[in-house]
Design a binder for this molecule. Structure first.
Ligand SMILES: Cc1cc2nc3c(=O)[nH]c(=O)nc-3n(C[C@H](O)[C@H](O)[C@H](O)COP(=O)(O)O)c2cc1C
Length: 184
């Protein structure tokens, strides 16, 4: 049993839901897991208590949440000395175009480079369109963007594109890597 931290950024709550799903999968494997929004972590928070760290963020206008970027930069020493992973949440990951996949791949690489971070595992998860929760302007903008890509435009309901089996696999793979690191 190890203690894990999941530090995430979210704007509309979907990444928080994914973080909780990862935590549930890790807890089923016997781990103790703290799930914390990166913006709520103290600047000088110590990660000493954690055997592994999973970081997650969602893409908004081509960027990850600033709190997550700052967390990765501030905690570069801690991330370099324990198994860690990163998951990205976006609408681009819901599409099938190679350009969208390359864009997210590039964003993950750029984030890691900023802190000379080498996560053991990275994943790109498809997010959600929460039309019913957006402001009027956000709803119009997101409908336009989604429509341009041939996506869903019925603003009377929400759409969730996340493959929850992919999320569970990611959590289980990370726990396996953690066990291997611990044994070595
Ligand atoms: C205003 C806004 C801008 C967005 N910009 C992007 C984007 O640039 N690229 C992308 O792939 N997805 C984009 N998305 C989709 C989000 O990444 C997706 O809705 C995700 O589920 C949000 O996760 P969160 O609820 O944790 O913030 C955007 C969503 C909104 C509402």
């Amino acid at each position: 049993m190890s203690r894990l931290l999941i530090a995430y950024g979210t704007t509309e709550g979907h990444t928080a839901k994914i973080a909780q799903h990862i935590a549930a999968a890790a807890r089923r494997l016997g781990h103790e897991v703290d799930v914390v929004q990166a913006s709520e972590l103290a600047t000088d928070a110590s990660l000493d208590a954690y055997a592994g760290v999973i970081v997650g963020a969602s893409v908004h206008e081509g960027r990850y949440q600033a709190a997550v970027v700052h967390f990765v930069e501030r905690q570069r020493a801690a991330l370099a000395t324990r198994p860690s992973a990163f998951f990205s949440v976006s609408l681009a990951a819901a599409g099938r175009s190679p350009e969208d996949a390359a864009e997210i791949h590039g964003m993950i690489a750029q984030l890691a480079e900023r802190a000379s971070w080498k996560p053991l595992l990275t994943a790109s998860f498809a997010g959600a369109l929460k039309y019913t929760e957006y402001s009027w302007l956000k709803r119009v903008v997101m409908k336009h963007i989604s429509g341009q890509k041939g996506g869903d435009t019925d603003t009377s309901r929400d759409f969730e594109y996340t493959d929850w089996n992919q999320v569970t696999d990611f959590a289980e793979q990370f726990c396996t890597k953690l066990a291997v690191a611990k044994a070595g």
